[in-house]
Design a protein around this ligand. Structure first.
Ligand code: PSU
Ligand code: MN
Length: 308
């Protein structure tokens, strides 16, 4: 599953990640679009640091992935993390343009799709994020379907998220994942979560109740020769949740604003997130940070269980 990186690929693995690979220690990949396009500074830096700390506390090693000045970084030093969190002009790179950012020596923050590509290149099998991209509402008109879904179908990395945001069409997102053969497993709950809310109103296709069971499921997929990724949905802790009905009002308004401002393509998700941050007086950000931390913890537990 893991191809070794070409010696010519400009890729740099941090000392901490290289040492972890050397001794076969568990590693958890982290994306960087959430830092540059998902949250405002300085909350983004606090989040990035705290998820790394949580992963270390669980006995695993964090590997934040980004393209910096044309070099694919697997694991960032703290100074690099801080610089990225303040970078204004970073590209948002996915499968279509991660190679462009490297070839043109640009700085690019990796989406879920691009982070999966980097993780697979580096031999990392577990990746924690907040929310994945999916099928946008109105996709039957706009055709806006995130490349994250296709990447989950083809790249063998387990992605831990808090479900799909209700800015997306969640039923259609689940349909595409099923069609493309991506297992969707909700951790410890029969209902699929909707990012800020624990309940999307939809049943989860699959449920598992422990990191060991998730590791075992992946082992059997490997034994069957089934490649591609899997999605673990981890509901936001109850204390941090914003209920669905309440969130729905803000989401409808944010989507209206995006239409009014004629936002399209890769700008849509960052626009909606920023709009929601203002519409909820920053409350959406607090929830966002709490759920990413929660996902980092579970991802580390799964990475540890996959080694046991
Ligand atoms: N959802 C979030 N925060 C984010 C993103 C999604 O709550 O930062 C980012 C992720 O990097 C995800 C990307 O991979 O947006 C999806 O963008 P698009 O819909 O353009 O594929
Ligand atoms: Mn899109």
């Amino acid at each position: 599953m893991t191809r070794s990186a070409s010696p010519l690929l400009p890729m740099r693995t941090s000392a901490e990640v290289a040492a972890a690979k050397e001794r076969g220690a568990p590693i958890v990949a982290l994306e960087s679009t959430i830092i540059t396009h998902g949250m405002p500074y300085p909350g983004n830096l606090d989040m990035a640091r705290s998820v790394e700390r949580i992963i270390r506390e669980q006995g695993a090693v964090p590997a934040t992935i980004a393209v910096i000045d044309g070099v694919l970084h697997i694991g960032l030093e703290d100074a690099e993390l801080e610089a990225l969190s303040k970078t204004e002009g970073a590209m948002k790179v996915s499968r279509a343009d991660i190679a462009f950012a490297i070839a043109e020596r640009r700085t690019g923050a990796t989406t879920v799709a691009a982070t999966m590509i980097g993780a697979a290149r580096a031999g990392i099998k577990v990746f924690a994020t907040g929310g994945i991209g999916g099928v946008h509402r109105g996709a039957e008109e706009s055709f806006d379907i995130s490349a994250d879904l296709e990447e989950l179908a083809r790249t063998g990395v387990i992605v831990i998220c808090a479900g799909a945001k209700a800015i997306l069409d969640i039923p259609k997102t689940l349909e595409v994942l099923e069609t493309r053969g991506v297992p969707v497993v909700t951790y410890d709950s029969p209902v699929f979560p909707a990012f800020w809310s624990r309940d999307s109103g939809l049943a989860s296709p699959l449920t598992l109740n422990s990191p060991a069971a998730i590791a075992n499921f992946q082992k059997v997929r490997d034994q069957l020769g089934i490649d591609g990724g899997m999605l673990i949905a981890n509901p936001v802790p109850k204390a941090d949740e914003i209920p669905r009905d309440e969130m729905e009002i803000y989401i409808a308004r944010a989507i209206d604003n995006a239409a009014r401002d004629e936002i399209t393509g890769k700008a849509v998700t960052p626009y909606l997130l920023d709009n929601l941050f203002h519409l909820t007086d920053g409350r959406s950000l607090k929830t966002n940070i709490a759920l990413v931390e929660n996902n980092a913890r579970l991802a580390a537990e799964i990475a540890v269980a996959m080694i046991d």
